[in-house]
Design a protein. Structure first.
Length: 198
């Protein structure tokens, strides 16, 4: 158990996974570490379907263990939007435009009605098709303006009420303790030893 591909080109996600898995002796490589990466069409209707699509395509292509993740923000006042379209809500992976679109759609919505949750589903897959699924969720409030300079995606507008901080105001270590991805990774690490044996 020493090398795994994370099926992402997102440097922020890669850093978070490395922070969790490298202390366990697992080297995590991103798609940027490889040439000839196949195209992945995320056409699932759920986070789990999209993560499974990514894991299967990359694992079959490189014949290595792969972990794939799909995450999204679900805002109650927007009937669950942006959901599985979180990364491309206002275009192709444009964090600033995505944030503007959310803030515009929530303009005039009272704080108590700005409830939301981040969801993460992790699917790990071996070349033989065996898979492991782990999930995480964290509830919060969508702020009316950005706060903080760290993080990525919707972190600057997602308020974690217990600390009264946006995810972008937290250190990576603090965020990983409470975030949807952190919770999913804890679930993943608990299940990993019995699923992936040497």
């Amino acid at each position: 158990m020493n090398k795994m591909i994370l099926a992402t080109s997102n440097a922020g996600k890669l850093k978070e996974f490395q922070a969790f898995l490298e202390p366990q002796g697992i080297t995590v490589l991103g798609l940027a570490d490889f040439e000839d990466v196949p195209e992945i069409i995320e056409d699932g209707t759920t986070f789990e379907e999209n993560a499974a699509i990514k894991a299967k395509v990359i694992s079959e292509h490189f014949q290595l263990p792969v972990v794939a993740e799909d995450s999204g923000l679900m805002i109650d006042a927007l009937d669950g939007e942006p959901g599985v379209y979180s990364a491309r809500y206002a275009g192709d992976h444009d964090d600033a435009a995505n944030i503007r679109k959310v803030l515009d759609k929530l303009s005039g919505v009272a704080t108590e009605d700005r409830t939301a949750a981040f969801h993460t589903v992790i699917v790990a897959m071996l070349p033989n098709g065996e898979r492991l699924v782990a999930k995480g969720q964290v509830d919060g409030i969508i702020l009316t303006e950005e706060r903080g300079a760290d993080g990525f995606g919707y972190d600057p507008i997602f308020l974690y009420a217990p600390t009264n901080q946006s995810f972008a105001e937290m250190t990576m270590a603090d965020k990983n303790k409470v975030s949807h991805r952190g919770r999913a990774l804890h679930d993943f690490l608990e299940k990993l030893p019995t699923w992936w044996e040497d």
